[in-house]
Design a protein around this ligand. Structure first.
Ligand SMILES: Nc1ncnc2c1ncn2[C@@H]1O[C@H](COP(=O)(O)OP(=O)(O)OP(=O)(O)O)[C@@H](O)[C@H]1O
Ligand SMILES: O=C(O)[C@H](O)[C@@H](O)[C@H](O)[C@H](O)CO
Length: 190
């Protein structure tokens, strides 16, 4: 693995008795609307040469229309979408292909349907004030900033057994992407 934002020199040899880690994970960049999933995913995929999928592009049109009209999605709205997201993830992990997909994955139960070998969740975490400012400044997206509060109240934080990467999005997009790549490298070395 090597990248422009942070050179990675990763050995895939593992000490005896350890669960083998892979240099070819599928990253699920998760977090509330405006946390920077699309921006950071694009940087990581470009730097690593990995497949990239925008989770929003997999929503049925009715979900997009609902959000655009200012209404939050329900579990029922999200399950069919999560199935499609899970399909993209499996297609990659089953073929040993690395990739990056964006998906809010706000609840533990949603993450449980996406989880699997070589799937690494990366939670982009930030303050309401900072993410709110970024959303207000973003003018080219269907998602209205008014939905940020329901996104935050729906979010169930990563639990310790999920073994996820949590990064603060206070820095620049490149800094956030670089930190994620460094944290992946640490996981491979452990
Ligand atoms: N680290 C950052 N620093 C400054 N601005 C950022 C950063 N990350 C993202 N942005 C900007 O914040 C806005 C939201 O980012 P982005 O669209 O990537 O978020 P998202 O999580 O994919 O949102 P959504 O889930 O609504 O699609 C964009 O205008 C983007 O350019
Ligand atoms: O679960 C959800 O409520 C949705 O996935 C949202 O997070 C949007 O897709 C996204 O934020 C809009 O860009």
């Amino acid at each position: 693995m090597s990248s422009e934002v942070g050179e990675m020199h990763v050995s895939t040899r593992e000490p005896a008795g350890r669960t083998p880690q892979t240099a070819d994970p599928v990253l699920v960049l998760m977090g509330v609307s405006g946390s920077g999933k699309s921006t950071v995913a694009g940087i990581i995929a470009g730097a690593m040469g990995w497949d990239l999928q925008e989770g929003d592009a997999l929503h049925p049109p009715a979900n997009v229309a609902k959000m655009a009209s200012g209404q939050p999605l329900t579990d029922e709205d999200r399950w069919p979408w999560l199935d499609v997201v899970a399909g993209w993830i499996r297609e990659h992990t089953e073929n040993g292909l690395p990739g990056v997909i964006t998906c809010s994955a706000l609840k533990r139960s949603y993450r449980d349907v996406l989880r699997g070998d070589n799937v690494v969740f990366v939670h982009l975490a930030g303050s309401r004030a900072q993410i709110g400012e970024r959303l207000t400044a973003r003018l080219d997206h269907f998602m209205p900033p008014s939905l940020l509060d329901t996104q935050i109240s729906t979010l169930e934080p990563i639990e310790p057994d999920e073994d996820a990467i949590v990064v603060d999005v206070g820095g620049s997009p490149t800094q956030v992407a670089t930190e994620i790549i460094a944290r992946l490298e640490e996981r491979l070395a452990r």
